[in-house]
Design a protein around this ligand. Structure first.
Ligand code: HEM
Length: 147
């Protein structure tokens, strides 16, 4: 019972952290003019990474380790499948920002100047993820109640 409760709490905490991080990364990316502005982007991006790991670990354990309603229930729920579909779309939208941010981190560590020309695109991609995450919450609450 305690484990089930803890995983539910962590899953919801990831939601708070994740939404704040995506919003923060979008705001930070919009303001990027040069290397000096990257700290805020990386800070938000780190928290987004933390939220994603918690989401994945707690979500998969809750769904498939018998912690909640059991694998069969979730695989038979169109809300669950829809939620996972949105998760995949968010992941696809995240590929380009992820690759660019890793490149920028590496370049800055080496002391090389970075070309921040793609920051506005990264900001738009980040913002596009926000409504999808909110839609995932709508689907999750429907899924949990067997609607
Ligand atoms: C691989 C990723 C994920 C998996 C496998 C997963 C799985 C689950 C499972 C099994 C539950 C428990 C539902 C129940 O009580 O029957 C749940 C709840 C929930 N999930 Fe996820 N989840 C994932 C990612 C996410 C993400 C990214 C979000 C938000 C954007 C999210 C939002 C929620 C919310 C809000 C609930 C609580 C629903 C409620 O009790 O009303 N999940 N999730």
């Amino acid at each position: 019972m305690m484990l089930r409760y803890s995983f539910a709490v962590l899953h919801l905490l990831a939601l708070a952290i994740g939404i704040a991080a995506v919003y923060g990364r979008w705001r930070a990316l919009r303001k990027v003019k040069g290397n000096a502005d990257m700290a805020a982007v990386f800070h938000a991006d780190n928290w987004y990474g933390v939220a994603t790991i918690i989401w994945l670990v707690t979500g998969l354990v809750r769904a498939f380790a018998g912690l909640e309603k059991g694998t069969e229930y979730y695989l038979g729920s169109h809300w669950f499948l829809g939620k996972m579909g949105l998760f995949v779309i968010v992941f696809l939208l995240e590929i380009y920002p992820m690759v660019m941010l890793i490149r920028w981190r590496t370049a800055l560590k080496k002391g090389t100047a970075i070309d921040v020309g793609s920051a506005p695109l990264l900001a738009r991609l980040t913002l596009a993820e926000l409504p999808l995450l909110i839609l995932m919450v709508c689907m999750a609450t429907a899924m949990a109640r067997g609607l």
